[in-house]
Write a protein that binds this ligand. Structure first.
Ligand code: AMP
Ligand code: MG
Length: 401
């Protein structure tokens, strides 16, 4: 049996880095990954400006109790004139500083009498001024290649006037569910059938990470059906995830079918629970990952084993999201001969302390545990973990993004 960490490393290295690039409008870039380092070309802000609604002056002109004539009003978006010595200018948030002015007083700290300004709080020299380039200086690194683009990155790029970016095209993932017992949601179901949850689940997992589930197929447990499904996916997709049919049962035909397609198959029994049978193969250099059929196992194995591989194919640099240490809350000691990933919920107790609450039924068929859980707690193989002890926590928000 293969150790969990070895399996994770092997899978994460199971594909070459992406080479294809495409230029995409910024508006459509969310979820995609930058293919080039980007450097700032603009100072931001482009000129000194006011951080407050208020008045600009030379700090040296301030005297307690004295009043300054107001010689101009500058709205955001207007070009100011120079500030005459001994004068003040009316400004608003984002108004450019008139040449000569160095300090802003907020209007709450002033009184206006006629056209003269009285300052009621002694200002600090330079206060409330946003300096040219203090946010981003022209020439400084903006975002490195490998960054996944989200709303924050889009804000930064737009602030530089960037309207399109060079990205890696979204990874096209083909999903194949298997099993004679399955019927698609929305279809009539016979008593001996169950609904297919893995297809829709896996598509959502893949798309939540910024890839595209371009094909979601289902095959009956026959070699012919499996073979033609794998062939189609290998043609149309960059990566294949199959679910089910990879164990040692009579109808577990994925392995022989992949071999008949010339794929070199690494079948691992990974020392993890849930999950044990996991396989990786390549067809025409494209990775094929085969996951166990139980939806809970498929979900957990995708989270901790497959997501790093997908990140690599996307061109992302951080393949392994953070794993934090959290306190496990458990009624009875936990231990297993395999690495166990408990479905847990991170909850804050009355004292404000975070703890991991395991779902009460940890069977790998218990799908209702998935929407309840916020992540997976890792119980190391062969160790006993008692209530209050610290364990590694894989948060779905990090691992599935
Ligand atoms: P398998 O790995 O094919 O032996 O499947 C293991 C278990 O997961 C069996 O109980 C299957 O019925 C169930 N299963 C497999 N595929 C799916 C699916 N797509 N949706 C729901 N349950 C599934
Ligand atoms: Mg099956």
């Amino acid at each position: 049996m293969l150790d969990f960490d070895d399996a994770q490393t092997r899978l994460a290295n199971g594909a070459p880095l992406p080479r294809a690039t495409t230029e995409t409008p910024l508006r459509e870039a969310a979820g995609l990954v930058l293919a080039r380092d980007l450097t700032a070309t603009l100072d931001l802000p482009p000129a000194d400006n006011s951080a407050m609604d208020g008045y600009a002056l030379r700090h040296a002109d301030y005297r307690p109790g004295a009043t300054l004539p107001i010689d101009q009003v500058v709205y955001a978006g207007q070009a100011p004139g120079p500030l005459a010595p001994g004068h003040a200018a009316r400004l608003f948030t984002g108004s450019l500083m008139p040449p000569g002015a160095d300090t802003v007083v907020m209007q709450e700290d002033t009184r206006v009498v006629g056209d003269r300004l009285e300052i009621t709080q002694a200002p600090r020299a330079g206060q409330h001024v946003r300096r040219r380039g203090e946010d981003t200086a022209a020439g400084s690194p903006l975002l490195p290649a490998g960054t996944r683009i989200g709303p924050a990155q889009i804000a930064l790029l737009a602030s530089q006037g960037i309207a399109s970016v060079v990205v890696h095209p979204a990874v096209r993932v083909g999903i194949l569910t298997t099993g004679d017992e399955l019927v698609a949601p929305g279809q009539p179901r016979e008593a001996h059938q169950i609904y297919n949850s893995n297809g829709a689940m896996m598509a959502a997992l893949v798309e939540g990470m910024g890839a595209r589930a371009t094909q979601v197929l289902h095959a009956q447990d026959t070699e012919t059906a499996l073979r033609s499904a794998f062939q189609k996916l290998a043609q149309d997709c960059d990566m294949i995830v199959s679910i089910g049919g990879v164990s040692v049962g009579d109808k577990d035909l994925v392995k022989p079918v992949l071999e008949s397609l010339g794929a070199e198959l690494d079948l691992w029994r990974v020392r993890m629970k849930p999950g044990k049978p996991v396989a990786m193969a390549h067809i025409d250099g494209k990775p094929v990952v085969c996951l166990p059929g139980n939806p809970v196992s498929a979900f957990a194995v995708f989270t901790v084993l497959v997501s790093p591989l997908l990140r690599r194919m996307q061109g992302r640099r951080d393949l392994f999201p953070p794993v934090s240490r959290q306190r496990l809350r458990t009624d009875s000691p936990r231990q297993d001969s395999r690495e166990e990933f408990l479905r847990v919920r991170l909850a804050i107790d009355d004292g404000g302390v975070a703890g991991l609450q395991p779902f009460d039924r940890q069977g790998s068929g218990v799908v209702s545990s998935l929407p309840w859980a916020t992540g997976l707690a890792r119980i190391p193989a062969g160790q006993t973990v008692r209530d209050g002890e610290m364990v590694a926590y894989y948060d779905f928000q990090h691992w599935l993004s």
